[in-house]
Structure formats: structure tokens, C-alpha cells
Design a protein. Structure first.
Length: 164
């Protein structure tokens, strides 16, 4: 395990489902070695209720979660990010703020479960499916030997996790 804490920012357009779930999972799975954050280019007014319910059902904490604008993390007093990961195709194609510290960037595209059409049970299953994919990627990411990989190898490895 690393002897320092790595800051990871997950970006999506609305910061209401995928990025929020990734933030929470990183904080839990990373066990103090990784600090997850999330934000969006056009944040929603609140996290998606299905995202919160999915996290709670999977026994992740949801207290204090809110949708944030990514500009919060480009301010001078914001935490410096080691990694910035987009989880939706829209955010990946947008012009992002300049992140202090030259973080490693990656795109882990995954379908937006909030766009899924169906009844509440079907929507819940879709959110769980997306959460499972995110959790697996985060488990793989947080188990990487970060201190043993040079920057180029690390960037390629983190980007390849988005294909898992």
C-alpha cells in the first residue's frame, strides 16, 4: 500500500450518479490511501435517488453527498488531484478546467443509469449493474503498485481500467 494519500476526482456532466458512486466507493475501497471526490460540468441539484439507494443497499455511506461543479476543484485552495477520471462520454469531450499539479487523466466511460427506461425495479437493477462495474474498476485501480510504475505506464494502466 502507498504511504501517502492519492486524490482522485471523478467527473461526469451532472455529478448525480456515476461520479458520486465512484467518489464514495474510492473512499471506502481506498481505505485512507485514496481520497475520492466528484464533480460535474453542469451539476444536478442533488444526487440521483437511485444512486443513493444503490450505495446504501451495497452498504456504502451516503451522508453529506451533494452534486458539485467541477470549478470547485480548479480553485487555488482546492485539493491537488493525482488522478482525474471521466466516467461519462459527455464530460470526456468537454473542455475541462486546468487542474493544478498535472494529474494523470483517464476515461472510464460507462452508460448513464439515470437514462435507463423502465420501472423502478429495472432502474434499480441498472444502477446496481453500473455500480458493480465501477466498484471493480476502483478495486483494480486502488490495488495498483503506484509507487512502482513510472508515469507513462501508470497512465496507460489507469486508462486501460476503463475498458474492464
Amino acid at each position: 500500500m502507498p504511504d501517502r494519500t492519492y486524490n482522485v476526482l471523478f467527473l461526469c456532466t451532472h455529478n448525480s450518479a456515476r461520479s458520486i458512486m465512484a467518489e464514495v466507493m474510492t473512499n471506502y475501497v481506498g481505505r485512507g490511501h485514496f481520497k475520492g471526490y466528484s464533480a460535474g460540468s453542469h451539476p444536478a441539484t442533488a444526487p440521483n435517488p437511485f444512486a443513493l439507494e444503490t450505495l446504501q443497499r451495497l452498504r456504502f455511506p451516503t451522508d453529506g453527498l451533494y452534486s458539485k461543479n467541477w470549478d470547485e476543484f480548479a480553485k487555488p485552495d482546492a485539493p491537488v488531484m493525482d488522478f482525474v477520471i471521466t466516467v461519462c462520454d459527455n464530460a470526456a469531450g468537454e473542455v475541462c478546467p486546468v487542474w493544478p499539479g498535472q494529474p494523470i487523466t483517464a476515461h472510464w466511460g460507462i452508460e448513464d443509469p439515470s437514462l435507463f427506461q423502465g420501472n423502478d425495479d429495472a432502474k434499480s437493477r441498472e444502477f446496481t449493474r453500473v455500480a458493480t462495474i465501477l466498484k471493480r474498476r476502483i478495486e483494480l485501480f486502488t490495488s495498483l503498485p503506484l509507487d512502482k510504475l513510472d508515469r507513462l505506464k501508470l497512465e496507460k494502466t489507469v486508462r486501460d481500467l476503463g475498458k474492464q
